[in-house]
Design a protein around this ligand. Structure first.
Ligand SMILES: Cc1cc2nc3c(=O)[nH]c(=O)nc-3n(C[C@H](O)[C@H](O)[C@H](O)COP(=O)(O)O)c2cc1C
Length: 160
């Protein structure tokens, strides 16, 4: 079963988990990148990121084209922003017609909004089969626990 991990990460938490999952599944991994730059500090970081979610922005991805035909399973990872998934993930969903895949979702967050984020992702990805979802609270602050949780979760997905 060929699996692709696709993720966006602003501060490295989602990246940390994505890399663990990819390593466990021996899967391909792609970090989404955009030409749009969000402020990295202070009030503006939250304001601009949050606004981008609320306005439904789809920033242009700078990744080279991804051939999804090669994969049966796609694992999508995102930080929770304003109770939702991040704009680059929205761009990815809009750019690629994702149909008939097995999809697993994971998110990093600060304490709330992961369920809403997953519900919105599922709504945005009709025509696919969801095989798992899991959320991590600031995983880089607790690397050992988060990393063993990621390894267990990834092994469970593979067992589906
Ligand atoms: C613009 C913005 C909005 C955020 N909104 C939420 C939120 O609604 N709920 C939450 O629990 N954390 C929120 N966070 C915190 C991040 O989800 C959290 O720090 C996450 O671990 C970051 O992942 P990353 O390091 O991969 O970027 C927000 C962070 C930013 C920058």
């Amino acid at each position: 079963m060929s699996t692709l991990i696709v993720y966006f990460s602003f501060d490295g938490n989602t990246k940390f988990i994505a890399e663990k999952i990819a390593e466990t599944l021996n899967a391909d991994i792609i970090e989404l990148k955009t030409s749009k730059k969000y402020p990295t500090e202070g009030f503006l970081k939250y304001f601009c990121g949050g606004k981008s979610v609320i306005f439904g922005e789809k920033p242009k991805l700078t990744n080279t084209s991804i051939d999804l035909n090669r994969y049966e399973t796609i694992v999508i990872g995102t930080p929770v922003w304003a109770g939702s998934y991040t704009p680059p993930i929205k761009s990815f969903i809009r750019q690629y017609k994702i149909q008939g895949k097995q999809i697993a979702l994971f998110a990093s967050h600060g304490g709330n909004g992961a369920e809403k984020c997953f519900a919105k992702l599922k709504e945005a990805l009709p025509g696919n089969k969801f095989i798992g979802e899991t959320a991590y609270v600031e995983p880089k602050k607790n690397p050992e626990d988060s990393s063993s949780k990621a390894v267990r979760w990834a092994s469970d997905i593979l067992a589906v």
